[in-house]
Design a protein around this ligand. Structure first.
Ligand code: FES
Length: 106
């Protein structure tokens, strides 16, 4: 079991927003869709671009890389379209009763 780290308050992220958090050696992209939160690796698996700069596809629960347009499934980290072919990491994310968003690092 990893360490749960508070990354932000719930209301600091709007629905449909993605934001990058650098936590030690981990580069994590946290996405909010309605009141669901997701956390995947921020570094695109194709080239080193920040997925947090990309567009959130709310209905599909995917995040589009801003560079070449691969989308990544927010629950599995798997790419859904080329040119990326490898998954990005997925982190456990939770909302505490106090309204903090936490991410579990491995
Ligand atoms: S850098 Fe993300 S698809 Fe190319």
């Amino acid at each position: 079991m990893g360490e749960a780290v508070v990354v932000c308050r719930r209301d600091e992220l709007a629905s449909g927003e993605a934001r990058r958090f650098d936590i030690g050696e981990h580069r994590v992209c946290v996405v909010r869709i309605e009141d669901d939160f997701y956390a995947i690796g921020d570094r695109c698996s194709h080239e080193d671009y920040s997925l947090a700069e990309g567009e959130v596809w709310a209905a599909e629960r995917e995040l589009e890389c801003p560079r070449h347009g691969s989308t990544f499934d927010l629950t599995s980290g798997e790419p859904c379209s080329l040119p990326a072919t490898k998954p990005v990491p997925v982190y456990d994310v939770a909302l505490t009763a106090a309204g903090d968003v936490t991410v579990v690092l491995p």
